[in-house]
Ligand binder design. Structure first.
Ligand SMILES: O=P(O)(O)O[C@H]1O[C@H](CO)[C@@H](O)[C@H]1O
Ligand SMILES: O=c1cc[nH]c(=O)[nH]1
Length: 234
């Protein structure tokens, strides 16, 4: 049991899916896992463990933003032995050719957060995903007929930002989309020697204002979950 996760050692699988929204964790457990058991209700940040195609998999809400996600990721790795952590989130597109409903596999994440600037002064650390998981997710998604985009994302500390110019600049540098957690997942996975992956569905386009309907979001979301679950299968 940790400060934020009320589970016993062994309650959580080595492979953990990480949605920002705890109710998305419940949705995944109820619709994709067999015999799912809820192991955490602390702060309402629900976590479940169940079976997917016969393998134990957990799903843990992380909350929004780097500080919240960093707490859960740190405890999952260091106190519960998680080795394969896959974020399943939403993001806003910042490239013209990235469309709402696209599924993005984040190869790397730049950030305006000071987490790494404070920890490693004088260095611009580049948080990158596990090549093994990136490759597998791309292959699994492509086999499922999805057009998977692989590239850089921007993990921002600010959702309601005045920084449209910053996003345009990042777009010119090839960054595909903005979200709020991948940089800390990739940094902590590297720091503790485990595998991290972030898969994102594009829920809106920051430049055009286009948004998915809730029905479209659900469909794309289910496709992303299947890619994530098949990616963590041994
Ligand atoms: O859908 P989730 O996983 O929460 O991800 C995105 O949505 C939230 C903002 O609405 C942030 O957490 C952002 O990263
Ligand atoms: O962080 C996020 C998530 C979805 N859409 C955005 O514009 N930002």
């Amino acid at each position: 049991m940790t400060v934020h996760i009320g589970a016993k050692k062994g309650d959580i699988a080595e492979a953990v899916l990480l949605p920002g929204d705890p109710l998305r964790a419940k949705y995944i457990a109820e619709n994709f896992l067999e015999n799912a058991v809820c192991y955490n209700e602390v702060r309402g940040m629900l976590g479940f463990t169940g079976l997917y195609k016969g393998q134990r998999v957990s799903v843990q809400g992380t909350g929004m933003g780097i500080p919240s996600a960093g707490i859960y990721i740190h405890e999952l790795i260091n106190e519960f032995g998680a080795t394969d952590l896959v974020r399943v989130g939403t993001c806003g597109a910042i490239q013209n050719d990235v469309k709402v409903r696209d599924v993005i596999v984040a190869q790397a994440a730049c950030t305006d957060s000071a987490i790494n600037r404070n920890a490693y002064p004088g260095i611009d650390y580049a948080p990158i995903g596990s090549f093994e998981l990136i490759k597998k997710a791309y292959e699994v998604g492509t086999d499922q007929g999805l057009h998977i985009r692989v590239g850089n994302v921007f993990s921002s500390d600010v959702f309601y930002s005045d920084g449209l110019d910053t996003l345009k600049l990042l777009g010119k540098l090839g960054v595909l989309a903005v979200e709020m957690e991948t940089a800390v997942l990739y940094t902590l996975a590297a720091k503790f020697g485990v595998r991290g992956l972030s898969i994102l569905t594009v829920s809106d386009h920051v430049m055009t204002g286009e948004q998915t309907t809730s029905q479209e979001r659900q469909t794309t979301f289910n496709q992303m979950i299947e890619v994530a679950l098949d990616t963590v299968l041994k």
